[in-house]
Design a binder for this molecule. Structure first.
Ligand SMILES: [Zn+2]
Length: 299
């Protein structure tokens, strides 16, 4: 290759690099990074509330998630998915609690638990503070079944005693289509949740330690499961027995049901990052659609 040709090539290369560099600024989405309250300054918040009064509050837990997933699994799921929703909508995420109501998992060390009334007080006082600055639309992104009652109570208190509005955009949200069951009884640290963590926090998943659990259900639970097969919705009765403290003598505490803390009849070794991505994406898309619709209404 001669020198003139070499120079021409160099020149074209520089122009191409410049176009790519400039393009990355012109076409970058200004909302592709999440807005996290703890990372903002007070003046950022003052500016934010002049155009937006929405906030997402994640709710998770610090509790056992089998021998292979970290204790903070539910916290990471709630906060990471909430951040993805924030990046797509520009709504602030305010994580305020690391723990949830998890006392029925305390047969496994490391599990932390707060009483529902303690959580309700912390969450409501937090929302009252946010209301002082102009926040009026609260969205709770809960990713731990044990917190359901707490979320409902705080949402009710906000809606019935303040000017603000509060809704649930986490598990049980009205806009979510039932996601298909990946395996029967895949409720905790199983195929679904392991897949989600392989997608969100792969560095914290110890796949070499994962083992199919030995599940022990009481005769009463087995009977209700059979009836629920013919009567969809009847499994609501099963929920009164499962995931309850050992003192209730229902045989529904985590260590009474599972020998290693995993709840599934499937094999968690079959979890994949791709499945995790699919579950998370469905969630994010549905929540983004909901928020963008709510944004259309007057502030
Ligand atoms: Zn979990």
């Amino acid at each position: 290759m001669d020198r003139a040709n070499q120079n021409k090539k160099k020149c074209l290369c520089i122009i191409a690099c410049f176009i790519l560099f400039a393009g990355s600024f012109i076409f970058s989405n200004p909302q592709e990074k999440p807005l996290i309250l703890q990372e903002m300054t007070w003046s950022d918040v003052r500016e934010y509330v002049t155009t937006n009064d929405m906030v997402i509050i994640p709710m998770g837990s610090t509790e056992q998630h089998g021998p292979h997933l970290p204790l903070g699994t539910d916290y990471y799921e709630a906060s990471e998915i909430a951040k993805m929703i924030s990046a797509r909508t520009g709504v602030v995420v305010a994580p305020v609690l690391l723990s949830g109501y998890s006392v029925y998992h305390s047969g496994f060390p490391g599990t932390l638990s707060l009483k529902p009334e303690t959580m309700e007080a912390v969450l409501f006082e937090t929302c009252e503070m946010l209301m002082m600055y102009g926040f009026r639309r609260f969205m709770f992104f809960n990713y731990h079944g044990g917190n359901n009652i707490v979320g409902s109570n705080v949402i009710h208190k906000i809606n019935h005693t303040t000017e603000a509005s509060a809704v649930n955009i986490g598990i049980g949200a009205t806009f979510l289509n039932e996601t298909e069951e990946v395996a029967p009884f895949d409720y905790h640290a199983g195929i679904g949740e392991t897949s989600i963590m392989l997608y969100l926090k792969p560095e914290l998943v110890r796949m070499s330690r994962v083992k199919k659990p030995k599940i022990t259900l009481t005769d009463k639970m087995k009977e209700i499961r059979k009836l629920a097969e013919k009567n969809p919705g009847f499994d609501a009765v099963l929920n009164t027995l499962l995931g309850v403290p050992v003192e209730t003598k229902k045989g529904g505490a985590s260590h009474e049901i599972s020998n290693n803390g995993i709840w599934t009849f499937g094999d968690p070794k079959t979890a994949t990052k791709e499945m995790g991505k699919k579950i998370v994406t469905q969630w994010v898309e549905a929540a983004v659609k909901f928020i963008l619709t709510w944004k259309e209404t007057k502030k």
